[in-house]
Design a binder for this molecule. Structure first.
Ligand SMILES: Nc1ncnc2c1ncn2[C@@H]1O[C@H](COP(=O)(O)OP(=O)(O)OP(=O)(O)O)[C@@H](O)[C@H]1O
Ligand SMILES: [Mg+2]
Length: 427
């Protein structure tokens, strides 16, 4: 039986796909994923404020694309072979991330440093709305603007260029000082976001993928959530789990850290910097990495709630793209879920880590105030101080989670099972 092809309405589909949930920083990060996949070592992001003519460009020195490849790259659902640790997956990011922020996306590319011309095309939402066709426009002659052409002079690479930044500027006539201030603020957010999600690449930890990113000429420094250069950071033992999900196998690696407390940091600045984009309390918990690129930072994936007392616990969770389905990764690659297969396995370990973080907090933070403690940098002291800090807390109302942690902390093997069952019934 022969089928009947129904081509989606270009106008309606492209407009709907603008709303996958990216913000400016996440959209830029998705473009940089592509540059990394194309073996780029340097990326220049430029943001120019000029009212309605404001623009953003992201230029890399990667492999670049032939004219044919570039046209395929611009197709929604473009096809190519993915490597095992590839950052790409859906064939959408270049288009969906870009057009979530702007109304005109142009891409120029060159894959031969010694010859060959620059190829360039544009997706223009005005053109789509008018014609309702899946049509890109070739850019040649005066339409190939210097911002697209110049970065590719004598080298391979790709330039992604955004114009008509309706979603970024959010003003009908974005000329005022307020619009400019907003854009500057957003640039600062982009910088923090990229410093975080690509920190492994920026610090050269990923083999053959060392990366330098400049934003308006300034080099972005990596932000390591685990403060591994701080002397008092404690790295706890690494755990690995082999999991299989719908026929796909992969290894998940947990690397827990207890960060130094406020007065253990080398400097007050280092402590402030370590707090991260959302502050200490929200930045505790899991940091999910897919092929070394951070997807989600902070939070306990519903295993526990953020709590001032456990704010020094941060855990890296590494998973390979083979486990994408298990982690339910979304198109914008900014959210994952902890697979059911490992939730149960790690629950107890997470409680133990949180307990250590709490002990560190109690020793140092409350040590500054009404309940001074003597030096407590050893784990032995942590154990001894456990009962002490528990009884200290009894002087105020405990949350159920706190009560559960304290009770499980002092319970013996067989008692733990009973307590857990009771807690489960209450929650
Ligand atoms: N900077 C770049 N350099 C070289 N090739 C690129 C670049 N950006 C995109 N491409 C090509 O365009 C294709 C489409 O990119 P796009 O981001 O839309 O999808 P993807 O990366 O394959 O998957 P995902 O939707 O998960 O990002 C890529 O697969 C790649 O072949
Ligand atoms: Mg991509």
């Amino acid at each position: 039986m022969s089928g009947i092809e129904l081509i989606p309405s270009a106008k309606r589909m492209i407009m709907s796909l603008r709303d996958l949930g990216y913000d400016f920083s996440q959209a830029v990060a998705d473009i940089i994923d592509n540059s990394i996949a194309a073996h780029a070592s340097e990326i220049d992001i430029n943001v120019e404020f000029d009212g309605d003519d404001s623009w953003v460009s992201i230029a890399d020195n990667g492999d670049g694309m032939t004219d044919k490849r570039l046209r395929e790259a611009l197709r929604y659902g473009s096809e190519r072979e993915y490597e095992k640790s590839d950052l790409g997956k859906f064939g959408l990011g270049l288009k969906t991330a870009s057009l979530s922020q702007c109304q005109r996306l142009s891409v120029a590319s060159r894959n031969n440093a010694n010859g060959g011309s620059v190829s360039a095309y544009t997706w223009d939402l005005d053109h789509i709305t008018k014609n309702n066709r899946w049509e890109i426009l070739p850019l040649t002659g005066k339409h190939l603007l210097p911002q697209l052409r110049d970065p590719l002079h004598g080298k391979t690479g790709t330039v992604v260029f955004w114009q008509r930044l309706d979603r970024i500027l959010g003003y009908r006539h974005p000329y005022g000082a307020l619009a400019k201030k907003r854009l500057l603020q957003m640039c600062r957010e982009v910088e923090l976001h990229l410093a975080m999600v690509f920190h492994q690449f920026l610090s050269g930890n990923v083999r053959r993928k060392r990366l330098k990113i400049r934003l308006n000429g300034n080099v972005i420094r990596p932000w390591d959530p685990f403060c591994q250069s701080e002397r008092k950071t404690r790295r706890l033992s690494v755990e690995t789990f082999q999991i299989e999900h719908e026929g796909n196998k992969g290894i998940v690696r947990f690397e827990p850290f207890i960060l130094p407390t406020q007065n253990e940091f080398s400097t007050p600045d280092a402590f402030r910097n370590a707090s991260g984009p959302m502050g200490w309390n929200q930045q505790q918990g899991f940091y999910f990495y897919r092929a070394e690129r951070m997807i989600q930072s902070g939070g306990w994936s519903k295993l526990r709630a953020p709590d001032e007392h456990t704010k020094y616990a941060r855990i890296a969770v590494h998973f390979p793209p083979a486990l994408d389905d298990a982690f339910k990764i979304n198109v914008a690659k900014m959210r994952v879920q902890l697979p059911a297969e490992i939730r149960d396995l790690i629950e107890e370990k997470i409680s133990a880590i949180a307990k250590q973080a709490r002990a560190a907090y109690d020793r140092k933070e409350s040590g500054n105030g009404a309940h001074p403690h003597t030096d407590a940098s050893s784990d032995t002291h942590a154990k001894n101080s456990k009962h002490h800090s528990a009884s200290q807390k009894m002087s105020r109302l405990l949350t159920l989670q706190e009560w559960a942690d304290i009770t499980l902390g002092v319970a013996r093997g067989s008692e733990k099972k009973v307590i857990k069952a009771v807690i489960k019934r209450i929650i």
